[in-house]
Design a binder for this molecule. Sequence first.
Ligand code: LLP
Length: 422
Amino acid sequence: MDSTQAELLKEFNPYIGVKNGKLHLEGLSLKELAQEFGTPLYVYSASYIRERIRAYQKAFPGALVCYAVKANFNPEVVRVAGEEGAGADIVSGGELVAALKGGIDPSRIVYAGVGKTVPELELAIEKEILMFNVESRDELYVLDEIAGRLGKRARIAIRVNPDVDPKTHPYISTGMKKSKFGVDFETAREEYRLARELKNLEVVGIHCHIGSQLLDVSPYREAVQKVVELYRDLTDEGFEINYLDIGGGLGIKYKPEDREPSPEELAREVLPLLEGVSAQIILEPGRSITGNAGLLIAQVQFLKDKEIKHFIIVDAGMNDLVRPAIYDAYHHVVPVESKGREHIIADIVGPICETGDFLAKDRRIEFLERGDYIAVLSAGAYGFAMASHYNVRPRPAEVLVENGSYRLIREREDYNYILNTT
Ligand code: LLP
């Protein structure tokens, strides 16, 4: 790996380094970690996570940054974000438990999701979380009933759907009219009035989220403008809106040529619109906190040359990292150790019985041999979090590194774990 390639990797994550051709993260050799813990292996850089939380806090003074646990739910990853003062954005009872296990105080947890179940709502009400981001009228009634039964009051925001095009992959655009998320502004106004009548609910906020992996921050402007309009109307109607939750969605670098918007850029776009708004801003970043903190390390099993293609078959598949298979997502792949060999064009594929099981297609990469390791970049968000047991494959181990030290934060699963059906 030459110095320009090493510089390029630093643009993904400044804690990636190259020493004697070998890839390091926070000073630790990824080859040695792979040898110690086996592969596939997720490795996350804690310093990077800390830095990202701080970047949001600096760009949005006084805001509450609620890390979106869905991106990476390992409680030790959540803990790092929490140590920097982050709260948590959750979408399930399981994520609530992950956030609590990671040390996040319930008073800093917001809960979105179109299909919250009664046991999930009960748990969140019991814990007295900061706010429920309610997605339908039915949910308001159910929440009111449960809160009453438990002798509590539930704080709520209505999730509005600002109907803006976030210009991202259609599967992860959440703020357009046709999506299942949130309600339109007219319905939101009615639901706020209804919520005011329900005695076990307390209206405290407005929520919106327009999509994920936004490399252009301009769609936020339109969304926030609409939310601020609603804020002013509600305030005029006598509602006390304490929180404006503008969601997450800031994109990250996946391709070397991607330009990643910073939290400052987002702030420049939206903060001027929030002048005179006394509510606290809540942000829900997920990918932009953990995405480039993490790499997936895999080992080359076999090489296969077909007439029209080279295949590099590794031990990580779509069950470990599904993004290429379902979104046709690009993840940058580099050898963990460069041996200065020539480059070839190849498909890097996994062992799963599906043609969609690939990590990279027609990719230029240094020639690799059986036993060599590769690193898949930008795998810290929606990597392990979306891993499955497909083909009865145990999910990978996870290691957290920080400033020269490392810690196993999840053991590799074994067959018993998956097959323990009783
Ligand atoms: N808040 C809400 C309400 C969300 O729905 C999401 C993501 C987030 C926050 C965090 O968004 P982020 O900052 O991570 O973009 N599996 C897909 C991503 C799905 C995102 C869904 N919602 C992927 O791998 O690209």
